[in-house]
Design a protein around this ligand. Structure first.
Ligand SMILES: NC(=O)c1ccc[n+]([C@@H]2O[C@H](COP(=O)([O-])OP(=O)(O)OC[C@H]3O[C@@H](n4cnc5c(N)ncnc54)[C@H](OP(=O)(O)O)[C@@H]3O)[C@@H](O)[C@H]2O)c1
Length: 333
């Protein structure tokens, strides 16, 4: 919300943003699109740009990968199953006529698979323009990654940090490049925590665990930008509002039923991800957090703002360096 923006779009946007229901549902999407006069995504020509989308077999990532391919990008689909990935690749090629779509299977919660994914990208692609961290799930029962890490944190905090680090040199060589992280408006409810980032089995609540991981994502996004933004890599986090996807249906069935017709389509939820991958406006800032093509605050509550201290941020960075086994400071000059 930009309280200094008194344009018609700015005022309407502020009225939508204060109560979250109209803002996060398709009402927010449709109103902002109309009032702000958005460029149609099909107007972007992304020929020659290489883009990785994790979680591209379903929901938002699937919609984003298809739109990016339709704009001519070289797209790498990442999901956990090679068969599922290949099915999506075949469909996208058939629907868009763009043959430059391929896949790599990797579980973002398994460091060995993330490392193999990075090796494949580096060996198969000379440049990397966009790395979109979209893979994610809200799990109602605590699940562990093979190394014992809570699965939400493993796949949405540690795995993306590892992958960005392993691809950082290629992103810098390809500058201006972009690293995009699909967070969630759910993170507004919770403050930054490091020692309680992984919830224990006896006090596990899926929505709270998810919010903590998503809060860590937006914090790390800002820290990446501060530390490496000067080298031509633009880091942005975003949230999609509430979109009707298989993931929401599975994890939040009651919510999905109640909000039902007001949910955005997957394409609407993916719009800002595609726009950030395509539009030069993403190169004007670094470390921003977005909804519907506008920069948003990362805090709406005083309590979460108070928790977000420089010390805690440093602890988070050190923690994820330790847990991922890589330090980006050692990789890029
Ligand atoms: N839909 C919403 O309203 C909403 C709201 C806020 C935030 N989000 C965020 O948006 C992103 C996409 O969600 P969605 O609603 O589109 O969910 P979805 O339909 O369940 O799609 C999730 C995607 O992530 C992949 N994935 C899940 N865990 C993975 C792992 N460990 N490693 C690699 N890939 C993995 C899945 O692929 P495979 O199963 O093929 O591996 C699938 O392609 C998530 O980060 C989610 O938190 C969504």
């Amino acid at each position: 919300m930009d309280l200094n923006d008194f344009s018609v779009g700015g005022v309407v946007d502020t009225m939508l943003e204060v109560p979250i229901v109209p803002s996060f549902t398709r009402i927010g999407y449709e109103t902002r699109k109309r009032v702000d006069g958005w460029t149609d995504l099909s107007d972007y020509d992304l020929t020659g740009r290489t883009m990785v989308v994790t979680g591209a077999t379903s929901g938002l990532g699937r919609a984003a990968a298809e739109q990016l391919a339709r704009c001519g990008a070289t797209v790498i689909v990442v999901g956990r199953s090679a068969d599922r990935n290949q099915g999506v690749v075949d469909q996208i090629i058939a629907e868009t006529g763009n043959p430059a779509v391929s896949q790599v299977a990797a579980d973002m919660g398994r460091p060995d698979e993330v490392r193999a994914l990075a090796d494949r990208i580096l060996s198969d692609h000379e440049r990397l323009d966009v790395l979109a961290h979209n893979a994610g799930a809200l799990t109602n029962e605590r699940e562990n990654a093979p190394d014992g890490t809570e699965s939400t944190v493993a796949a949405q905090v540690i795995g993306p940090f590892l992958l960005t680090t392993l691809l950082l040199d290629r992103l810098i060589e390809s500058a201006p490049s972009r690293v995009l992280t699909m967070s969630s408006g759910g993170m507004y409810s919770t403050g930054l925590t490091v020692n309680k980032l992984e919830m224990p089995a006896d006090d596990y609540r899926g929505t709270e665990q998810y919010a903590r991981a998503k809060r860590a994502q937006v914090t790390l996004n800002e820290m990446w930008a501060e530390r490496f933004g000067g080298q031509g890599v633009h880091f942005h986090a975003l949230h999609p509002g509430w979109a009707d996807t298989p993931g929401v249906d599975r994890s939040l069935p009651t919510f999905s039923k109640v909000v039902g017709p007001l949910l955005r389509t997957a394409e609407q939820g993916a719009d800002t991800l595609v726009w950030l991958a395509a539009d030069d406006e993403a190169l004007d800032t670094n470390g921003s957090f977005w909804l519907d093509r506008r920069i948003r605050p990362i805090h709406k509550l005083g309590s979460t703002r108070r928790n977000d201290t420089p010390d805690r941020r440093r602890q988070l960075w050190d923690w994820v360096v330790e847990r991922s086994g890589v330090d980006p400071a050692d990789r890029a000059g």
